[in-house]
Design a protein around this ligand. Sequence first.
Ligand code: HSE
Length: 331
Amino acid sequence: MTTTVGIGLLGCGTVGASVADRLQRDRERIVERAGVSYCLRAIAIRDCMKRRPESLERELFTTAARAVADDPRVDVVVELIGGLDDAADLVERALRRGRHVVTANKDLIGTQGPQLRRIAESAGASLRYDAAVGGAVPVLRILEEALAGDEILRVTGVLNGTCTAILSAMEAGSSFEKALADAQRLGYAEADPSNDIAGIDAAHKLAIIAQTAFGAPLLSPQIPTKGIRGITQADVANARSRGLRTRLVASLERTAQGVRASVAPVVLPEDHEFARTQGVENAVQIDARAAGRLTLRGDGAGGSATASSVLGDIVAVLRTIAPAASILATA
Ligand code: HSE
């Protein structure tokens, strides 16, 4: 008997298209890694006219997102719509029906993570969101798995690629507006980039880190947040003339009074780990009692980098299904 796990995709934008394409093209390698076969059953989209990767047959596409979340042939729902409007309802619906969910949605986990985890737990479903923080940089996985036996003291990082791209381009002489338009063209910025610029995107990610590192039910609206809108070309040039660079830094610390978190632009010496981030790069420093300081860096946004992390979560979920599938196969 062969078991095939059904996958349903919600959203086919920059990240979704990359994930769907890799699921189809790299099937052999992914199945070998996961230990179980899978089938991409459907992809929910909004815009029927948009061009899609050639590897995706037309029959896969539907505008009925709810039908994908409810489809009994779908065991794993991959939510890549983003934002809260439709995604929140669809993810909750899928979890309540016992579907495993993989999402890259930082807005959703940053504002509703603790509640969604409770729903997943009581339905016996997995909820994975490694791609919501750090793009290809496995921040949550390190906190959750590698450092599971340690005590996390502090996590700080440059967590928004759009802000880094804008600030590093401004340091090279670009205007704020041109740098933002470039980040949008390259697929780093959100469709509405106001959350990127206002620091809210970084606050969502910091809340998710707090939930993971400290088990704290911290939600992003509780984090004092300041963005980069007010930073001018003159500010950046002035800092550069003093050997300094400006970056949006997210900080999280365990204190005797509880968890302290903030997001704000910071001026740093140019040889600092965070100051050396360029373009879409994210950098994260984790201080743990026994492990000391770990520094992670890499592409924090963009279709292919984020898809790598989403696919890692999909394989992790498939592996949890694989042992049951192989027991069934030999029964
Ligand atoms: N808009 C986000 C960023 C995308 O610029 O970092 C990745 O979460």
